[in-house]
Ligand binder design. Structure first.
Ligand code: FES
Ligand code: FES
Length: 166
C-alpha cells in the first residue's frame, strides 16, 4: 500500500514548525520525535493523562490526537510555562506543596491545571478534583496536587491584580 505523507505547519510553544508526516501519526509521537520529550508517554491509550498538552486553549491527550488535527494550531507543552529562574505560578505552587515526587505525571498535570485555571480562575476544590480526574499520579496521592492548584489560583489572581501576566 502506498504511504502518503502530508506537509503540515503548526506552532509548538510559539515556534512555527513545518514537517512532513504520515496521517496516522499521533500528536504525542510527533512532539516526542521533535525533541519535546517533556510530553510523557504513559499508557498511550488515553487512560493516564501523562501526555496532556494544550491545543489552542484546550487540554487534550496527545496520544489520542492526530497530528493532522493540530495543523495550523497552537500547541503548548509544559516547557511553555516557566523557566528554572522564573517558574510559572502553577509550577511554583507544585514545588511549594511538594505536589510531585517522581515527576512523571507532572507535565500533563501542569497542562491540565493551566487550561483549567485559564477557564476557571477561582475554582472550588471539588472542581479541581474533577479537572484532574483524568490525570493519574502513582506517587503523591492527590491532596497535595489539589492544594497546589488551589494555591496557584490565588497566586495567579494576585499576579493579575498587580498587573502581571501568567
Ligand atoms: S499516554 Fe496519553 S493518556 Fe496515557
Ligand atoms: S509524581 Fe510520580 S506519578 Fe505523579
Amino acid at each position: 500500500m502506498e504511504t502518503v505523507e502530508y506537509d503540515i505547519t503548526l506552532t509548538v510553544n510559539d515556534r512555527e514548525v513545518k514537517s512532513r508526516v504520515l496521517a496516522e501519526t499521533t500528536l504525542l509521537d510527533f512532539l516526542r520525535n521533535t525533541h519535546h520529550i517533556e510530553v510523557k508517554r504513559g499508557c498511550d491509550h488515553g487512560d493516564c493523562g501523562a501526555c496532556t498538552v494544550i491545543l489552542d486553549d484546550t487540554a487534550v491527550l496527545s496520544c489520542l490526537t492526530s497530528v493532522m488535527q493540530a495543523r495550523g494550531k497552537k500547541i503548548y507543552t509544559a516547557k511553555s510555562l516557566g523557566t528554572w529562574d522564573l517558574l510559572h505560578p502553577i509550577q511554583e505552587a507544585f514545588v511549594k506543596h511538594e505536589a510531585l515526587q517522581c515527576g512523571f505525571c507532572t507535565p500533563g498535570m501542569l497542562m491540565t491545571a493551566k487550561s483549567f485555571l485559564d477557564k476557571n480562575p477561582n475554582p472550588t476544590r471539588e472542581e479541581i478534583r474533577d479537572a484532574i480526574a483524568g490525570n493519574l499520579c502513582r506517587c503523591t496521592g492527590y491532596q497535595k496536587i489539589v492544594d497546589a492548584i488551589e494555591d496557584a489560583s490565588k497566586i495567579i489572581a494576585e499576579v493579575c491584580r498587580t498587573g502581571g501576566t501568567t
